[in-house]
Ligand binder design. Structure first.
Ligand code: TTP
Length: 199
C-alpha cells in the first residue's frame, strides 16, 4: 500500500499480450498498459543476462519518465545459446536458423523484470534451462508453417506447438513465456503492491 493506504497505480510497460495475460493469471490487472519504444539492439559483447536486465530497465524507465507517481513494470526475454543472443525472429529464414541451433541441445532463457516505484527501484532476472529434442526436417517445416515463431525471442513460443519440442525445463515456465510470476510477485509485494488481495 502507498503511504495514504491506497493501492498504488500499476503500469505494465509492455506491448506483449502474453505479459498482460500472465499478470492476469495471478489476479493482477494493471491500471494502464503502455508499450515502451526503445532500441533493443544488443551492445557489442553484451552478455544475454545483462542485455535482458538493461532492456527491462530501459522499458520501465521510458514509461516511468511520463508517469512518475505510478509503479512501472518492465520486462525483457532473451533466448541464448551460450553467449550468443538469438533474435526475435521476423523472417522464416531467421526462425529456421534459430531452430537449427536449438535442435537437440539445451539453451537458456533469461527474463528480467524491473520495477520502478516513486521511492525505490528493484529488479530480478530469472534463468531457465530448456532442452529441445532433435528436430526432424518435417517438424521444422511444420513449425515454420505455423507462424508461431513470429516476433518471439529465439524463434519459438513454448506456450504453443513448440511445447512438443521441449524434453526438459529447469527454472520457470512463465519466465520463458515472458514474465517470471514468482519473481514479479516478489518485486510488487516489496514495493507495497497488494499481490494477494486485489479485490
Ligand atoms: C522463448 C519465448 C519467447 N516468447 C516471447 C515473449 C516476448 O513477448 C518475446 C520476447 O520479446 P521482448 O522484447 O521481451 O517482448 P515484446 O517485444 O514482446 O514486448 P515488450 O518489449 O513491449 O515488453 O518473445 C514467447 O512468447 N514464448 C517463448 O517461449
Amino acid at each position: 500500500m502507498s503511504e495514504n493506504g491506497a493501492k498504488p497505480r500499476l503500469i505494465l510497460a509492455s506491448a506483449s499480450p502474453r505479459r498482460l495475460a500472465l499478470l492476469e493469471q495471478i489476479g493482477i490487472e494493471p491500471d494502464l498498459v503502455l508499450a515502451a519504444d526503445i532500441d533493443e539492439t544488443p551492445r557489442t559483447n553484451e552478455l544475454p543476462r545483462d542485455h535482458a536486465l538493461r532492456l527491462a530497465r530501459e522499458k520501465a524507465q521510458a514509461i516511468a519518465a511520463l508517469h512518475p507517481d505510478a509503479l512501472v513494470l518492465g520486462a525483457d526475454t532473451v533466448v541464448a545459446c551460450g553467449r550468443r543472443i538469438l533474435p526475435k525472429t521476423e523472417t522464416e529464414e531467421e526462425a529456421r536458423s534459430c531452430l537449427a541451433l536449438l535442435s537437440g541441445r539445451a539453451h537458456r532463457v533469461y527474463t528480467a523484470v524491473h520495477l520502478i516505484a516513486p521511492n525505490r527501484v528493484s529488479e530480478r532476472v530469472c534463468e531457465t534451462r530448456v532442452t529441445f529434442k532433435r528436430l526432424s526436417p518435417d517438424e521444422t517445416s511444420a513449425y515454420l508453417a505455423s507462424g508461431e515463431w513470429r516476433g518471439k525471442a529465439g524463434g519459438y513460443a513454448i506456450q504453443g506447438r513448440a511445447a512438443l519440442f521441449v524434453r526438459a525445463l529447469s527454472g520457470s515456465h512463465s519466465s520463458v513465456v515472458g514474465l517470471p510470476l514468482y519473481e514479479t510477485a516478489a518485486l510488487l509485494a516489496g514495493a507495497g503492491f497488494p499481490v494477494f488481495s486485489q479485490s
